[in-house]
Design a protein around this ligand. Structure first.
Ligand SMILES: [Zn+2]
Ligand SMILES: [Zn+2]
Length: 80
């Protein structure tokens, strides 16, 4: 599915480094190898037990709002 020939960025939600393997940069690839990144092809919220798609910083909208409690839990418009 992933085009390995195309240079792209790390699929970790808070990372934009160049991909090394499995869609992750070197650092996140190592984390993934240790089982810290979960399934490579379906990223989900970093909060334990939460399977929602991450919105920002690896967290879903709900957990992002809880952790960074500035924004409401609804849609968070990209600020910049
Ligand atoms: Zn990364
Ligand atoms: Zn969550």
């Amino acid at each position: 599915m992933t085009d390995a020939m195309t240079e792209s960025t790390c699929k970790a939600a808070d990372c934009d480094k160049t991909v090394r393997a499995k869609g992750y940069c070197d650092r996140h690839y190592r984390s993934w190898r240790k089982g810290k990144m979960g399934k490579p092809r379906h990223p989900s919220c970093n909060e334990a037990g939460c399977g929602k798609a991450p919105l920002r910083r690896g967290l879903c909208a709900d957990h992002y709002a809880k952790h960074y409690s500035k924004a409401p839990a609804a849609d968070v418009a990209p600020a910049s």
